[in-house]
Design a protein around this ligand. Structure first.
Ligand code: NAD
Length: 512
């Protein structure tokens, strides 16, 4: 145990066998089978978690409904104080939780720490927000009348999250939902259940310390079947779901079918345009981290480079050179740049994508492959790869959640923007240029169609202060900063008449 995993698990309260249904500090036994969580870093079994079922789900929902009635009446700034303490509790275990995220999911330890930092940041953001859940006031057209709007909490917010940000996505949703007065039920990815259990223990302790009832933070471990219980349940007014477009379409339909609200954060197919006016050192660094960071498993990972024909060969050569220096290995060892992908299924998807790009006529710049031998026993380590391709290839139109980068060539900025927009997804995009006209064209109404558009920054690594999310098949949801909190509340318009008449709006006369 050279990286001190055992100690961190102990500090986080993870045992060999864990229950997976919780209303806070109460954990419910279900007699269902357990999910075994294996580390993609070294293939070892970390621990097991018992799956939730219909009964544990019902127990959680009924306790959450009771808790909502109390929590919604706690003044928002006091709710913010509790979220502040959750942020402080996260600060105390930052290295242990970062390590667990790294070990269970496979991202580098630095990125694991970054993910926990993101949780701390969103808690701080939510604390400030708890005094700023502003509504507008309007001028009434009627004398002696006042109009304003206020924002009220929704109730139970269901959070379904993906494996690749096993803890941060929960906090983006939960920290905001809590200050808004909602209670949360989280279903983490079945591929990273222990990270979920660790977070649940941290938050639940803080609520208990403040004498809050069980049910404000609930957790249920399970696969899509538990997710389906949530998306069909009209007791959950908002389902926030992060994951593949395939999943988002199913959840969106189920929630829409009952006219509930969904907040969807789905797949991306993110590109960087590298123009002839780019700072080339910056462009290469931005592309490199975007494409290979988290082994290509960020929703904002760079999947396509759209390169001006004049600098195409230079970019290709410099990238191939940079890729040759990448060190692949255990993500907890800080000398390695690239860790494993999540599991064997991800390796199969990676290999299939490579064979598809080749059969469409793509050419290898840096050839892919699965790594074998000492240190790679888990079978989840793959080589970051680069292929020359064309935007219309079916596989290029698709999000492959692995470190595969496609190089595409262009001649005019209009053409580059058309290629950037010419995919079904619309999450993150970037342009590398020192030319003001190119940068502004990219950001203009006729520019990028994505939820995120950056200049001289890569596609990945968003800050929590902005609203995060994307258009088209990315699902349209926005989370985290700016006014994303409004998704977690219902707006009420109030008109108050303090005159002694009852005039009707629009001057309508109705006298008897
Ligand atoms: P996934 O779609 O396989 O699973 C995501 C979650 O949805 C899991 O918790 C899973 O159990 C649940 N789920 C699956 N089918 C369901 C159904 N029918 N009903 C309800 N729940 C269901 O995704 P993944 O492999 O864990 O994650 C990778 C994907 O997530 C990528 O496409 C990535 O781009 C996307 N992602 C998007 C964002 C974003 O903010 N836009 C962030 C992170 C990841």
């Amino acid at each position: 145990d050279q990286f001190g995993i055992k100690k961190s698990l102990e500090i986080l309260g993870i045992k060999a066998e864990n229950l997976g249904s919780s209303t806070g500090n109460t954990w419910i036994e279900t007699k269902e089978e357990s999910i075994a969580s294996y580390s993609p870093a070294d293939g070892s079994l970390i621990a097991k978690v018992q799956v939730g079922n219909q009964e544990s789900y019902e127990a959680i929902i009924s306790q959450a409904s009771i808790a909502f009635e109390k929590w919604r009446s706690v003044p928002a700034p006091q709710r913010g104080e509790i979220v502040r303490e959750i942020g402080n509790a996260l600060r105390e275990v930052k290295s242990d939780l970062g390590k667990l995220v790294s070990y269970e999911m496979g991202k580098s330890y630095q990125e694991g720490l970054g993910e926990v930092q993101e949780m701390i940041d969103i808690c701080d953001f939510a604390v400030g927000l708890s005094r700023q859940l502003y509504g507008l006031t309007m001028h009434s057209e009627r004398p002696g009348h006042r109009m304003y709007e206020q924002w009220h909490p929704l109730g139970i917010v269901g959070i379904i999250s993906a494996f690749n940000f096993p803890v941060a996505v929960w906090s983006w949703n939960a920290a905001l939902a809590w200050v808004c007065g909602d209670v949360c039920l989280w279903k983490p990815s079945e591929k990273a259940p222990l990270s979920g259990i660790a977070c649940q223990k941290i938050a639940a302790k803080v609520f208990e310390k403040h004498g809050m009832p069980e049910g404000i933070c609930s957790l249920i471990i399970g696969d899509y079947k538990v997710g389906e219980l949530m998306s069909h349940d009209s007791r959950i007014p908002l389902v926030s779901a992060t994951g593949s477009t395939r999943m988002g379409k199913l959840v969106g339909q189920a929630v829409g079918g009952r006219l509930g609200r969904s907040l969807l954060e789905l797949g991306g197919n993110n590109a960087i345009i590298i123009t002839e006016n780019a700072d080339m050192d910056m462009a290469i660094r931005g592309a490199l981290f975007g494409a290979v960071g988290t082994a290509g498993q960020r929703c904002t990972s760079t999947r396509r480079l759209i390169i001006h024909s004049k600098v195409y060969e230079e970019v290709k050569t410099r990238l191939a050179n940079a890729y040759s220096k990448l060190v692949i290995g255990n993500p907890l060892d800080e000398k390695n740049h690239v860790g494993p992908v999540i599991d064997q299924d991800a390796v199969i998807m990676y290999l299939e994508a490579i064979s598809k790009v080749k059969s469409s006529g793509g050419k290898a710049v840096v050839e892919g492959g699965v790594l074998e031998g000492e240190g790679f026993e888990s079978g989840c380590y793959v080589k970051p790869a680069i292929y020359e391709a064309e935007n219309h290839f079916e596989i290029v139109q698709h999000e492959t959640f692995a470190p595969i980068l496609y190089l595409l060539k262009y001649n005019t900025i209009e053409e580059a923007i058309a290629i950037q927009n010419g995919v079904p997804q619309g999450l993150s995009s970037a342009i590398m240029t020192l030319n003001m006209r190119e940068a502004e064209a990219f950001l203009s109404v006729a520019g990028s169609d994505c939820g995120i558009a950056n200049v001289n920054i890569g596609t990945s690594g968003a800050e929590i202060g902005g609203a995060f999310g994307g258009e088209k098949e990315t699902g349209g949801g926005r989370e985290s900063g700016s006014d994303a909190w409004k998704a977690y509340m219902r707006r009420q318009t109030n008109t108050i008449n303090y005159s002694s008449n009852l005039p009707l709006a629009q001057g309508i006369k109705f006298d008897i």
